[in-house]
Design a protein around this ligand. Structure first.
Ligand code: WT7
Length: 650
């Protein structure tokens, strides 16, 4: 049983002395941010450089049917100018990006702000030469290489809207996203090396483009030099072309509410949603959270270990740190290659000051023993962070003892693709932490715990229910790309007047928030978010499958594993071969991250008389917990359950 109220870990006096924000300042700033958001954000907005300053700060409405979110709406700025050009005066020769390659013996790159400026300008000129215009969508399907950041910032510079697709996604998933946002161009590389293996990104892109308009052009970064097919008049060698275009490119003035990017994320229905973030509010929020949550100081080396294919990489590898003139580390590899000391080697090599990773990585490394940590010098570290899923106290303690040596603040940051940046998180100089709690809200964030049935706010300090947010913050998503109705329905219709997060939570006697996980049909597998419906529709697209139901179950390393119940067509016989074939099928339909951990053949699925699948029961069976199946009286055919229990794969 979990200790419901463990002893908090306060920050050390030394840390507090140098911190941007201590406990008193947090209280005062938080209070100011929620009692008068106009004034608070009106002031904070000045952190950015505006071409035309805003006169309006906040106009936001959470009312179903008229949801509308605008921040700094009449301000004009350019995101790339804020992340690059404005730093050239004082820090042109400071490293903006440290790039650590997959192979430890290959050369790391130190890209200064001056070099970043030139690369991004050249990249932008390549995009312009291909006819990319303001507002056009550009899909980026790249490995963790500097060109990924150049491409994002080049889009921002000319007002194009990027949509980064994680390099682990399959050709089908890529095609789906290119088509959904009607992209003009896709940027890819020959191959993506990771952990000593190479993913053939260009041939994946070739396969994807078979399902797209033949007008979509393809820019290719020759990264490994591996062989690829080449289609004249469609494929362009970006690096070669960058040499031929001008090294400077003017920035395009953009409205604060013009879209900056679309990022696809999973929900409880089949088709992933294109989350839209805009220029002004998003950048301000990413930059403020990077500075305060990690207590980033000038000259620090900041390392966010996420992939740029996820929002964490957008906000904390690229936009937040660069807006702050930081040095941001980008790592191409994986924590366990060549061995389990790689993270700690990289920290030693580049003298990393703030390190941000996911609980799943911590759990995986924890299992490898401490000798991989002990041989590395981690004395540069000042702050540790985690993100993506609830962190179990064992993993928190291991991180604290072995990486933090019992002395460093750990920030457990709760947020989502939709929120743009941290929402509930400790500030390292201000907030005593408790293992497993994301603690308290960031400035301007008003979390509420709602009763899931009535939708009423639970007013008592101690509360348990679903987590919602009462009012807007600048980093909030503005719409679902091309489907504002879906935006309203997903986030504002279940609980009227609030932004509903999809997570359950508990608030303890100190007002600390403990996220208990998703309350919808969304899985969190190794910090990757996936809809059960997406995996189900992939499975039923297979010729042998009649019906499928997917649920999550607790998994020691991944947090959640994927458990699939599959009903075969009448003429199909279950076999190990078919099981393998289905696993492979899901990998090609979505990507390796969606491969089921368990497939159970299910002659029938438990359904209500109206035909609704009773997932609650399927979850219990997957968890091996048959004692408490709950109310089964509404089942159309109770024998189905007995059969599933009898044949559960152990
Ligand atoms: C979901 C959002 C933007 C962060 C990366 C994942 C879960 C995220 C935590 C945390 C407990 C967390 C939630 C959330 N989650 N951080 N610190 N503690 N749960 O972004 O793919 O949009 O997923 O991840 O369930 O709703 P995402």
């Amino acid at each position: 049983m979990l200790d419901e109220n463990p002893k908090p870990y306060p920050p050390s006096d030394d840390f507090v002395k140098n911190a941007h924000v201590d406990a008193d300042r947090y209280k005062a700033m938080y209070e100011a941010s929620v009692s008068d958001p106009e004034t608070f954000w009106g002031e904070e907005g000045k952190r950015l450089d505006w071409i035309t300053p805003y006169t309006k700060v906040k106009s936001t409405d959470f009312t179903l049917g008229q949801v509308d979110i605008k921040w700094f709406e009449d301000g004009v700025l350019n995101v790339a100018a804020n992340c690059i050009d404005r730093h050239l005066k004082d820090r042109a020769d400071q490293t903006a990006i440290i790039w650590e390659p997959d192979e430890p013996d290959a050369e790391a790159l130190h890209i200064t702000y001056r070099e970043l400026h030139e690369k991004v300008c050249r990249f932008a000129n390549v995009l312009l030469s291909q006819g990319v215009m303001r507002g056009d969508r550009v899909v980026i399907y790249l490995p963790m290489i500097p060109e990924a950041a150049y491409a994002m910032l080049a889009c921002a510079r000319i007002g194009a809207v990027h949509s980064v697709v994680f390099a682990g996604f399959s050709p089908d998933a890529l095609a789906n996203r290119i088509n959904n946002c009607d992209a003009k161009l896709v940027i890819t590389a020959d191959e993506a090396p990771r952990g000593g293996r190479k993913t053939p990104l260009k041939s994946n892109t070739d396969a994807a483009l078979l399902h797209c308009s033949d007008k979509v052009r393809c820019l290719v970064v020759k990264h490994t030099g591996g062989q690829t097919t080449w289609i004249e008049n469609r494929d362009v060698d970006v690096k070669a072309m960058m040499e031929t275009v001008a090294p400077d490119c003017p920035v395009r003035p953009m409205g604060a509410e013009d879209p900056l990017f679309v990022l696809y994320t999973s929900g409880s229905t089949g088709q992933p949603k294109g989350v839209v973030h805009t220029c002004g509010g998003y950048l301000l929020y990413a930059s403020m959270t990077q500075k305060f949550t990690f207590d980033y100081h000038d000259g620090d080396v900041f390392w966010c270990g996420a992939d740029v294919g996820w929002v964490t990489g957008h906000s904390y590898i690229v936009y937040g740190p660069l807006a702050n003139g930081a040095t941001s580390l980008m790592f191409e590899g994986v924590p366990t290659y060549p061995d389990a000391s790689r993270f700690w080697q990289v920290i030693e090599k580049h003298k990393v000051n703030q390190f941000y990773t996911a609980p799943t990585a911590i759990r995986a490394l924890m299992g490898q023993g401490t000798e991989f940590v002990e041989k590395c010098d981690l004395s540069s570290l000042k702050v540790l962070g985690t993100v993506g899923e609830p962190i179990n106290p064992e993993a928190w303690n291991w991180y604290n003892e072995n990486i933090g040596k019992g002395k460093l603040p750990i920030v457990d940051t709760w947020w989502q693709t939709e929120t743009g940046g941290h929402m509930i998180t400790p500030l390292p100089g201000a907030t005593p932490t408790k293992p497993g709690s994301a603690t308290l809200p960031f400035f301007g964030v008003q979390p509420v715990v709602l009763d899931p049935q009535s939708g009423d706010e639970i007013e008592t300090v101690e509360a348990e229910g679903v987590l919602a947010i009462k009012d807007s913050w600048p980093g909030q998503m503005r719409t679902v790309y091309g489907d504002h109705e879906r935006f309203e329905k997903t986030y504002f219709s279940d609980y009227k007047g609030y932004y509903f997060s999809g997570d359950g939570c508990r608030r303890d006697a100190d007002g600390y928030y403990w996220i208990t996980g998703r309350v919808d049909d969304v899985l969190n597998v190794s910090g990757h978010r996936m809809g059960t419906a997406e995996i189900e529709s992939a499975l039923v697209a297979h010729i042998a499958v009649a019906e499928a139901a997917v649920v999550g179950y607790p998994h020691e390393i991944k947090g959640q594993g994927i458990y699939a119940y599959v009903t075969l067509m009448n003429d199909q016989e279950p076999s190990d071969e078919l099981r393998k074939d289905l696993e492979k099928w899901v990998r090609t339909e979505i990507g390796p991250i969606a491969k089921p951990d368990h497939i159970q053949w299910a002659p029938g699925l438990p359904k209500t008389r109206s035909g609704k699948i009773m997932r609650r029961i399927l979850r219990k069976i997957a968890e091996n917990d048959y004692g408490s199946l709950g109310d089964t009286s509404t089942l159309a055919d109770p024998s189905v359950v007995d059969d599933l229990i009898a044949n559960r794969k152990s």
